[in-house]
Write a protein that binds this ligand. Sequence first.
Ligand code: NG1
Length: 450
Amino acid sequence: MTQILESTLFGLLDPIYGPGAPAQTARYQTALEAFARRYGPGPVHLFRAPGRVNLIGEHTDYNHGFVLPAALDKDILLLARPRPGHRVRLSNIEPLFEDAEFELGESIPPAPRGHWSNYLRGAAQMVAAQAATPPPGLDILVAGTAPAGVPRGAGLSSSSALVVAMAVALAHLAGWQPERASLAHRCADAEWYVGTRGGIMDHFAALLSRRDHALFLDCRADAQGSYHTRHIPFPATHRLVVVDSGLHHDNVRGEYNRRVAACRAGVGLLRRSLPDITHLRDVQNIPWADLAGQLPEVATPADLARQGIDLGEIPGLDAQEPLRVAACCRHVWTENARVLQTLDALAANDIAQAGRLLHEAHASARDDYAISTPELDFLVSTAETVDGVAGARLTGAGWGGCVVVLVAQEAVGTLQTQLAAAYAAHTGRTPAIFLCQAGPGAGPVASLSV
Ligand code: NG1
């Protein structure tokens, strides 16, 4: 096996990970060695795409609202070597994920639902359709193993990181250089390939983030198709701590799609009095009390269809299962306001107010959007009893995964100890707890020889 000098790797990784670079070199070495074992010696291009934590703004993105995520220094590595023809061979450093192959083109048949390669197929199909020069066939190895990788199913967006890593790699190797925001948007559409009507937040966070900053994103494009983003510096006195409940629900895509449907139902019903609206974002400046009376507590897709409300295409929606229309719309309406208030609080360095907003966002996600779990509720309420904690909330889609805690720098150690002990006593589980070291967006890392 060819030795890549540690000093070479360190020089490449320092601009990406800063003080965390030394801890990354062994992981890169391992990935490069695995690539050489799988595909033989020769050139290799290295790419990375980070996971993200969302500070606030949950389930607002597909309603054209506001979000405030930050990329993590936990990322997925994708190693690629061009090969003759159009075949893509995929391998994963984790044996759980079997090898796969497909032919590059504008219409790539999916593997069975749930297969990891679908994230890469969706991205490949998108790049093949968009790039002026078709991307080359590739031999690929994916390395995303935790703890340095993005934990899977934890609401930290490992799946979107996979899509983005593949898109970045193929675009780079095809010589296609779209604007980052445009690539992010296309990646979000590409992820629909796997069967979820998801939003754009994760792909924007993975591509446009900046070290030590959160990314404010207005999820509605302007008339020219551009998205408004702003990099928001983290407060110097506080840290974001991410706590993984260890409970990951794989089978939540149906629930996610039902929330999308509830929001679309709200829009359909409100259009009777506000015919120009297309998304919940459009009613943000109307008092909630004026909207509430037009929205039923529950309605089934079948009821809504009878009333002429078109929910559009949503995979796997059961026509008879009730949607909680009013509560879901209320969450989105209040959450959008909270994101903007959080920006103001951070700009004024009013951390207590930012913390209160996180607390309210959790209550709204739990009670109105109904996406929390007893374990997430326990982590949030326990964290909020620790001195120095400003606020906490679940982060990501919900139904398990992580909470994020805004905590004074000097209280980080106490928070970790107290939370780990309380959670273990309550559930018998040890939570993974780590600091959010907000890192830069996805991109090529280097071209080397192994
Ligand atoms: P995660 O937590 O990665 O499953 C999902 C969506 C986001 C956003 C959040 C909820 C995808 C790829 N990701 O994120 O767009 O809607 O839920 O805020 O659909």
